[in-house]
Design a protein around this ligand. Structure first.
Ligand code: ADP
Ligand code: MG
Length: 727
């Protein structure tokens, strides 16, 4: 029976787009059918083996070879029953995407026969020859060994004919070559640190998890139009294009009725997600035309990130079936909103205590304020590092470009939490007056906090939203591991400091409750400057932020210096998340990727200018010249001047734009060539940032002006008004 159902669902996956209506069945019937979850394990693994796997997932116990052998055998049978013929170690290289190299189960034996083989060794560890991935110097070419190792805490899954096994990717010497390994280490660090702080509140043995609920924004473009835009194909953003007369001014797209073709795509996508246990909850139109959002229910952060990456992969496939291309770029179109991937982050215990949720008792609320204060302190102390973790060539178009959110990391708390902290700070002396259990009179008010009642501030990059923080600066194309690893790590370190400080107070004779109150009060006082509830876009805030000592850097290559600063290296080694070499490698790779992205854009734009736009502009100019000459012939010199006034000025205008655009394109390429000569990746990235990136913008102004002049029928590329409105 089980098998029949799996096959039936798989058949539905193969349907053509026209028929691709999700089956009229309850989601729960097929949810997770392509995941090696507990249900599948019950069928394919012995109870003893299952027990060992659960221990490994829950307690991080390493599986021995014998158990791994059993798991591999069961997993292979399960995957083959779903039609899988191949397997892959699925990992997250520092390029930002995901990597897979498919190997067949087929193993020849004897004379001309074969059998399906998949051993425990193949499950646990592989050595893909992945020497072409950027490693930031972690792997010299002569010792280019990199290993992928199974992460049992994220379940394996089948997509199409391939069994995908989530893995970490590490070097011969144990350094992380991927995003998952540091994330797992940071999760461990923050869990331990939070568990230690919880013991101060009398909570012991309740494991802490970091949770993540991402909100993925994206654009859809019709495949046929996309195919005519070399910039979209090669850079995933339009490097030129005049604003459409109507774009998002009317705010009629946001939360609007979802267009039929798009809705079919979304349904199909959700169907695929549910089969892979990705708990999609929300779909809606976003602010910009053709912009949408998809969001799941939050999960443990490692799983949530794997799910986000799987989603991004299957979104492209499903979009293809529906004649769409998905754009994950943070700013595919100038003049309309860009896309982010808000990361809703929190810590919670396995028994269900939300550490960023107010509770019912005074002690619960002291715990809540403690975790809030520590989060804010961690963010305040490391605001520049946190920004560096999300700043990229593509996300730089959002951050600091007068668009949500600004490039200064501050936190919005809402009126109630702010007031609670203010009372806590002031009530130092009031404690005695109130006479209540010896601590702040401000605290008992907090139970009145209604979770739904958090006011919103859309401009804040790190906003408290009732039971979690919403980190909004993360870019839509990012692997959110980068940001979450930094968040977990800075939080772990801060919680460790907090615990030490409270222990010290107690050792000096202070009462534990009083020590908690005093230390939390001091923590919040020390980081109040990170709290900002005003307009994050205003010029005044930029000035004010400088006074408060918050980082205002907007250039990605300069921000990356934060990865290798003395304080970052010390922080990451204290928490055992990354060593100095790993951090240096990340900075190196980020500089490299930054330069490459800008260089690619510069080459595309120069090509578009020279080969697509200028020839057409000149051709149109010739048409006008021809017309003017004929007018002159017919009407004579005196009369034609007045009649052809408009044409003549247009001819001049075209000439100016053409000559400016041409010289700018040449200059931009020259600067790109010069940047490539730089001695270090950092120097190169700085030149691309300072000399090449701004030229992309100034050059496009001439092209966009030409777009408004040249005959529409001659214009060689689809325009914004076509790209942005799906019919
Ligand atoms: P918004 O109103 O900000 O657009 P959405 O409903 O789109 O919010 O997404 C909010 C995300 O936050 C969801 O993924 C949700 O599951 C997640 N979330 C809710 N509570 C928590 C929590 N305690 N920790 C982490 N994420 C959470
Ligand atoms: Mg949302």
């Amino acid at each position: 029976m089980e098998n029949i159902r799996f096959v039936a669902v798989d058949e539905a996956y193969k349907r053509t787009p026209v028929e691709a209506v999700p089956p009229a069945r309850a989601t729960s019937e097929y949810y997770g059918c392509n995941v090696f979850n507990r249900k599948a394990m019950r069928k394919y693994l012995s109870s003893e083996t299952r027990q060992r796997v659960y221990e490994s997932i829950e307690e991080g116990v390493t599986l021995d070879r014998y158990v791994a052998e059993q798991v591999a055998a069961g997993m292979k049978r399960w995957a083959m029953d779903l039609g899988a013929t191949h397997y892959t170690h699925w990992f997250q290289p520092l390029t930002g995407g995901t990597a897979e190299k498919h190997d067949s189960f087929a193993e020849p034996y004897g004379k001309g026969e074969s059998l399906e083989e998949f051993t425990g060794k193949l499950l646990c560890q592989q050595e893909p020859d992945a020497s072409s991935f950027p490693s930031g110097g972690l792997r010299n070419t002569f010792e280019a060994r990199g290993y992928t190792a199974w992460d049992p805490s994220s379940p394996s899954f089948v997509i199409g004919d391939c069994l995908c096994i989530p893995t970490v990717f590490i070097s011969y010497t144990g350094e992380a070559l991927d995003y998952k390994a540091p994330l797992l280490r940071s999760k461990l660090a923050v869990s331990r640190a939070a568990e230690n702080v919880l013991t101060l509140f009398g909570i012991k043995g309740d494991r802490v998890q970091s949770y993540l609920g991402w909100e993925q924004e994206y654009f859809l473009v019709d495949s046929a139009l996309y195919a005519q835009r070399p910039d979209l194909i090669l850079a995933e953003r339009t490097l030129i294009g005049h604003n459409s007369a109507k774009n998002q001014q009317l705010e009629d797209h946001y939360f609007g009725t979802i267009q039929g073709r798009v809705l079919e795509f979304m349904k199909d996508l959700e169907f695929e997600c549910y089969k892979l246990s990705i708990p999609i909850k929300t779909r809606h139109n976003e602010v910009a035309p053709n912009q949408f959002e998809i969001a799941p229910v939050y999960e443990e952060a490692n799983l949530a990130i794997d799910h986000n990456l799987i989603l991004m992969t299957i979104m492209r496939k499903v979009a293809d079936k529906h004649g769409f291309k998905v754009l994950f770029h943070e700013k595919p179109f100038a003049g309309v909103n860009g896309s982010g991937k808000h990361c809703n982050w929190s810590l919670g215990t396995e028994s269900g205590i939300g550490l960023m949720s107010p509770g019912k008792t005074d002690m619960d609320n002291l715990r809540f304020l403690t975790f809030m204060a520590n989060t804010l302190k961690a963010v305040y102390d490391n605001n520049a590092l946190l920004k560096a973790s999300v700043l990229t060539a593509t996300n730089a178009h959002r951050l600091g470009a007068n668009e949500a959110p600004p490039a200064i990391i501050s936190s919005f708390l809402g009126a109630q939490v702010t007031e609670a902290f203010e009372e806590m700070i002031e009530s130092h002396d009031m404690v005695k007056i109130d006479g209540k259990r010896g601590y702040s009179s401000g605290i008992p008010q907090i139970p009145e906090l209604l979770i739904d009642n958090t006011d919103r501030n859309r401009t804040s990059p790190f906003a408290f939203t009732g039971n979690r923080f919403e980190f909004r600066a993360v870019g839509s194309s990012a692997n959110c591991s980068k940001a979450i690893t930094v968040l977990n790590t800075i939080m772990a370190d801060q919680l460790n400091r907090y615990k030490e400080a409270v222990d010290r107070r107690v050792a000096e004779g202070e009462d534990l409750e009083q020590a908690l109150i005093d230390e939390t009060r001091e923590t919040i006082i020390a980081c109040r400057k990170v709290c900002f509830d005003g307009n994050g876009y205003s010029a005044e805030w930029r000035e004010e932020a400088a006074v408060r000592g918050l980082d205002r850097e907007v250039s990605p290559p300069r921000a990356y210096d934060n990865f290798t600063s003395e304080s970052t290296v010390a922080l990451f080694s204290r928490t055992k998340v990354m060593n100095e070499t790993e951090l240096a490698a990340r900075a190196e790779i980020d500089w490299e990727i930054y330069s490459k992205k800008i260089e690619i854009e510069a080459r595309i734009l120069a090509d578009l200018t020279e080969n697509h736009i200028l020839p057409v502009a000149i051709r149109y100019q010739s048409v006008l010249l021809d017309n003017v000459t004929k007018m002159k012939d017919i009407f004579g010199v005196n009369e034609y001047r007045k009649m052809a006034e408009g044409e003549l000025s247009t001819i001049k205008e075209i000439a100016l734009h053409v000559s400016d655009a041409r010289s700018m394109a040449i200059e931009m390429e020259r600067m790109a060539d010069a940047a490539l000569e730089s001695p270090t990746e950092r120097d190169k990235a700085l030149l691309f940032c300072d000399e090449v990136a701004p030229r992309l913008e100034s050059l496009r102004k001439h092209i966009d002006a030409l777009e408004m002049i040249v005959d529409d029928q001659m214009w060689p590329l689809p325009k914004y008004r076509e790209l942005l409105f799906i019919r």
